[in-house]
Design a protein around this ligand. Structure first.
Ligand code: AFP
Length: 337
């Protein structure tokens, strides 16, 4: 007999009991994020059919061309979070400053959200997987007032939940509230995210390395030597590691999470402190990978979650994935850099 389908909404409510003093606010916020994800999913899936593909012609605060779907996703998540009444403000990769929600209900909201509404958006036009990444913090400013910048510049260790949605061959939502990582696949026939990957653990080691190797000559000697090592024939498998790089963090991360692997974005000439954004990409993914038994560090081997952000759009070098692979990489960096 087929076992009972566990939908995301049911799961969120069941898990609320793990937090004795929970009043359901975080659960409601997660439910609103999931709803916005479904709306964005609908549009992503129709991208070739409607006049939504391509660039708006604008340049965002990161100096990148804004895609129409970026705008759409940004707007849908902002509307969902504003309407949740649990969130007093958001920081999004698409806006220079924080967005403060000023209704009385929102000002009383306990949480703030950092969000990359559509990561990997340079891949939209070519039908490659993209995703949304989010991270939830408890505000530190008093409730009843609008959000303050300090609410957003908290260390990743302060996250109460984080997750991502991958718009791939199927659509999945993966999230953690600090008690393991669970993945839900969208069943389009019933319009529900259903638990498909319970208690995800990243393999301790893998045989996949993901890095933009076009930048190889700009990497430090330690990182170069680690990449050379990845190309050596491994005694256990009798083959080198496989290079897999989509250029869409959500997709590269998701594959490595399930199969085991390492994702690297070291400093380059163009991105002297690395390209990946601390608030919108590194911290949420670092919380997930740690909850799944893996590691996330910067160039100095510092834990990503311990870094104190000094700017909303700060970028840091990122090395994230299977525990043994990160430790091995750090040995190469320590010995050579
Ligand atoms: P976009 O959202 O501008 O496509 O950036 C995506 C991203 O932040 C991350 O998802 C990718 O892993 C990384 O940049 C790809 O960067 P490169 O194109 O420099 O390899």
């Amino acid at each position: 007999m087929q076992s009972k389908v566990n939908t995301l909404n049911e799961f969120i409510i069941e898990r609320q009991a793990d937090f004795p003093y929970a009043k359901g606010e975080l659960s409601r916020l997660l439910t609103h994020i999931a709803l916005a994800a479904k709306v964005v999913n609908r549009e992503v899936n129709r991208a070739g059919l409607v006049d939504i593909l391509g660039s708006t012609g604008d340049i965002n605060v990161q100096g990148e061309t804004v895609q129409k779907l970026d705008d759409y996703a940004n707007e849908k998540f902002a509307i969902a979070l504003r309407g949740s009444s649990e969130c007093c403000g958001i920081a999004t990769e698409e806006s220079q400053d924080i967005i403060k929600f000023d209704s009385d209900m929102a000002k009383d909201g306990k949480y703030i959200v950092c969000i990359d509404p559509l990561d990997g958006s340079s891949n939209i036009d070519v039908n490659v997987s993209i995703g949304t990444i989010f991270s939830i913090y408890r505000r530190i400013s008093p409730r009843g007032h609008v959000a303050q910048i300090d609410d957003f510049l908290q260390e990743g260790t302060k996250q109460v939940a984080s997750g991502y949605v991958i718009f791939g061959s199927s659509t999945m939502l993966v999230y953690t509230t600090g008690r393991g990582v669970n993945g839900f696949t969208l069943d389009p026939s019933i319009g529900e995210f259903c638990l498909s990957h319970a208690d995800i653990q990243v393999p301790l080691s893998g045989n996949i390395y993901s890095v933009n190797e076009g930048n190889y000559k700009q990497f430090s000697s330690g990182v170069q030597k680690y990449i050379d090592h990845c190309k050596e024939v491994d005694a256990a498998t009798n083959r080198p590691y496989s290079a897999r790089y989509i250029g869409s963090l959500v997709a590269d991360f998701h594959r490595n999470l399930l199969k085991g692997g390492i994702y690297m974005y070291p400093p380059t000439k163009a991105y002297k402190t690395g390209k990946i954004r601390l608030l919108y990409e590194c911290n949420p993914m670092a919380m997930i990978i740690e909850q799944a038994g893996g590691m996330a560090v910067d160039n100095e081997g510092q834990r990503i979650l311990d870094l104190k952000p000094n700017d909303l759009h700060q970028r840091v070098p990122l090395y994230i994935g299977s525990r043994n692979m990160i430790i091995n990489l750090l040995d190469f960096i320590n010995q050579n850099d």
